[in-house]
Every structure is written in structure tokens, then in C-alpha cells.
Design a protein around this ligand. Structure first.
Ligand SMILES: [Zn+2]
Length: 433
């Protein structure tokens, strides 16, 4: 039994009018027991541990709804290139050299960065997902994992089998912190026949599907040429949107596409910074949200971002839509919702993303006693427009502390950095001499 009491400014993300300037959160084992004003803890609640952080905001941990964690190993390896040369000449040859162990350490690097920037949950898509799962279990975070499936490639069938194995081995692992989705890569890398197989398996096992959709104009042209449809129309026609689906990017959409996504309750992983860096375009997030579509935030992989900092992502997502439309769209609180409540919905997790009784104790505290946070007119505005990764003081997942006073407790960050450095440099040397 462990009982923790956190006294701080509380932003529970249960409604824009809810904020406790002097509040407290009670946690028992892995769950939140109560949230409210100072002194609101249930009678008889005797904490083993009290955190007095009156100048910190405590809020739900941030949720990264689309990433390729192990791609941290490619951070800074290939930048400022057009999309296709970037992929074909730099990213894919590098990825061909990755061993299972490299992926473990690359993922661990991503997870240590995520913990230090207040991200408690990710939706990942990559290969060697057993290694990713082990890294997540060790780090103590929460994750939904999808084996990337290139149906048109030589390993399409093998990768599908690996998805089934991943489900068998890791669904519910790490005391329930790990779950599995299927990860068909994109409409232009999977045939209809292959996708139908994936859909059947996902339905049989009751798990979701995580796919890149309408990311670039190239993709729109390829699918138009092949099927005379938009990617969204085509996926809808083959039945992909029947179950829970996370569509990453969705940059280039027609209004009919948006109607389909809304009608089929498809959730969107919005990756503003990756879309900017790769010159993919600006996703119509305001229009999607106005149709009731759930939109979470993602960083995408570290080779197209190049960090995994969701605070930066919130700021970029807000500013990008304001630039495209007008300054009133996507106010700060709504952006915070995208990074928390809507992120949880996107991942199909119904007991994280808010601080509320009965919810999992996945939370972070942010040190607001720093020059860049004064004067403190609006906490939501400060969190979206001012805060950055380094402001996170405390991270808790499933009731366990993963970071205190900026020290990561579950992994040896120095060792992770050294391993990542030597492995990335080894691959670079193999490729470039
Ligand atoms: Zn991606």
C-alpha cells in the first residue's frame, strides 16, 4: 500500500473552469483518490509521502499520440533535405542497419527524453517491438505499441505475424501499462487485400489500428492515380474505419474526407512540427475539431522533429493554426486538452488524461517559480505558450515516481545516452566510412 499526497496548483483537465490555485491530489497505489482544494482529502487518508510544491502545477501527464521512438538514433543524422532523398538516401539505409539491441537503446533514449519532458504515454510504430515493450516496462511509462507493417514489402506477412506475437506477449504487460495496436504503415505501402487481413485480425482481437493517412501531396497523387479516390475515401471503402483507428497526420483532406473521419469516429494524431520540417503542409485541425473529430498531438520520430517535447509541440500546433486562420482559434486550454484528454481518447485509454478520482495516477508537476512564468495571469496560457521540457519537475505513472527533482529514477540516463551515441555512430561509420 502506498499513499501519496501532492499539494500544488491543480489543473485537473476536467473542464476549463476547474483550477485549484491551492489544491491537492491524493493517490493510493496506482489510482487517484481525490482532487480538490487544500484539505479536501478523504477523512482517514494517511499519506506515506507528502509532496509540498505550492509553486508547481500538477496536471495529467502528456500523451504523445504518434511517434517512432527508436528514431532518436537518427536525430541530426539527416536534416534539411527534401522528403524522398531524406527517406531513400539517409533514413532507410540507416534503419536497415539497426539491430534489436539498437532499437532497445534508441527507445530507451526516447523514453528518458519523454520522462524529462513530462510525457507519460506514447503510441509507437516501429520494428522489433518486443524490444520497445521491454524498454517501456523498464522505464515505467505507459505505451500503446504497433509493429509497423509495410504490406507491399517483402516482410509484409512476417510483420503481420509479429504483430500477433506482440499482442500475445505484451497486451496488458507491465501491470497493464502496455497495450497493442496494429500498425499498417500507410495507404501507399499496403494493398487493399493486405489491409483487409489486418482489419480482420484487429477486429478478432479487439484492438485498434494506427496508420499514417494523407501526410503528403505525393500520397494523395499516388492514391488518386491508383484508385481514383482520396486516401480517406479509399480506406473507408475497404472498411478500415470500422473499429478504433488512429490516423496520423491527415494534412491533406477534402471536406468530404473530414465528414468521413467524423462519421467513423476516427481519431487524429496531429504532428505539427514534423509536418512543418518535412514541408508536408498544415493539417486542418480547426475544421476537424469543429466537426467533433478527436485530435491528439504527436511528435512523430526524432528525425523529423527533432525532439520529443510535447510542450514545444503544443506551442507549434497553436501558432500554426493561428497563422493559417486567425489568432482566436485553438485557445491554450483546448491545446492542453489535445495533449491530455483527447490524447487518451485517441489511444483508446479511458482512465488516463485527466486528474479525477478513479483515474490512473499518471501526472506531472511543472515548476512555475521561474522568471519566464511571471506574472502568473493564466496557467493554461503559460503551459502552452511558455513552458518547455526543462520545466517539468516530477513525473508519476501508475502511482510510481519516474522522475523527482528532474532526476529520472527508473533508468541510468547517462548510460542510455552513451549507448545511443556509440550505436548511432557505429551505423553512421558503416554507411559513410
Ligand atoms: Zn510517422
Amino acid at each position: 500500500m502506498s499513499k501519496v499526497l501532492i499539494r500544488a496548483m491543480v489543473l485537473p483537465m476536467t473542464g476549463s473552469d476547474r483550477f485549484y490555485p491551492r489544491g491537492e491530489v491524493c493517490i493510493e497505489n496506482d489510482r487517484i483518490v481525490s482532487v480538490g482544494e487544500l484539505g479536501s482529502s478523504p477523512s482517514g487518508f494517511l499519506p506515506d509521502r507528502i509532496l509540498d510544491l505550492p509553486n508547481d502545477v500538477v496536471m495529467p501527464g502528456l500523451i504523445n499520440t504518434h511517434t517512432h521512438a527508436a528514431m532518436t538514433l537518427l536525430r541530426g543524422y539527416a536534416d534539411d533535405l527534401p522528403l524522398m532523398p531524406w527517406l531513400k538516401e539517409k533514413v532507410w539505409p540507416f534503419e536497415d542497419k539497426l539491430t534489436d539491441e539498437d532499437i532497445y537503446w534508441g527507445t530507451s533514449l526516447a523514453l528518458s527524453e519523454m520522462i524529462r519532458s513530462g510525457t507519460t504515454t506514447m503510441l509507437d510504430m516501429y520494428a522489433s517491438m518486443d524490444q520497445v515493450a521491454e524498454a517501456v516496462i523498464k522505464a515505467g511509462t505507459r505505451a500503446v505499441l504497433s509493429r509497423g507493417l509495410i504490406g507491399n514489402g517483402p516482410n509484409g506477412e512476417k510483420a503481420l505475424q509479429e504483430s500477433l506475437d506482440l499482442f500475445q506477449r505484451y497486451q496488458g504487460a507491465g501491470a497493464g501499462r502496455v497495450s497493442v495496436m496494429f500498425g499498417p504503415h500507410a495507404p501507399y505501402t499496403c494493398s487493399a487485400e493486405y489491409l483487409k487481413k489486418v482489419i480482420a485480425e484487429a477486429n478478432r482481437l479487439g484492438v485498434g489500428i494506427h496508420i499514417h493517412v494523407a501526410e503528403t501531396l505525393d500520397e494523395i497523387n499516388i492514391i488518386q492515380e491508383q484508385y481514383q479516390k482520396t486516401p480517406v475515401q479509399w480506406l473507408d471503402d475497404i472498411g478500415l474505419f470500422g473499429g478504433h483507428v488512429v490516423a496520423a497526420h491527415c494534412v491533406h483532406l477534402t471536406s468530404n474526407d473530414m465528414e468521413i473521419l467524423a462519421r467513423q469516429h476516427v481519431c487524429i494524431a496531429h504532428n505539427a512540427e514534423s509536418n512543418m520540417k518535412l514541408n508536408s503542409g498544415t493539417a486542418p485541425i480547426v475544421e476537424l475539431r469543429s466537426r467533433g473529430v478527436v485530435v491528439g498531438l504527436g511528435t512523430d520520430g526524432a528525425s523529423s522533429n527533432n525532439n520529443l517535447d510535447l510542450f514545444g509541440e503544443m506551442r507549434s500546433a497553436a501558432f500554426q493554426q493561428k497563422l493559417r486562420m486567425d489568432s482566436t482559434v485553438l485557445p491554450a486550454y483546448e491545446v492542453l486538452e489535445m495533449a491530455t484528454v483527447a490524447g487518451a481518447q485517441t489511444l483508446g485509454l479511458d482512465d488516463v488524461g485527466m486528474l479525477a478520482p478513479g483515474f490512473k495516477a499518471d501526472l506531472i508537476t511543472i515548476d512555475m517559480d521561474q522568471p519566464h512564468f511571471y506574472p502568473r495571469f493564466s496557467i493554461p496560457a503559460h503551459l502552452v505558450y511558455v513552458a518547455h521540457a526543462g520545466d517539468v519537475r516530477t513525473v508519476m505513472v501508475d502511482g510510481k515516481f519516474l522522475m523527482e527533482e528532474r532526476k529520472v529514477l527508473t533508468m541510468d540516463v547517462h548510460k542510455v545516452c552513451q549507448e545511443a551515441e556509440s550505436r548511432a555512430k557505429r551505423i553512421s561509420a558503416e554507411l559513410n566510412g
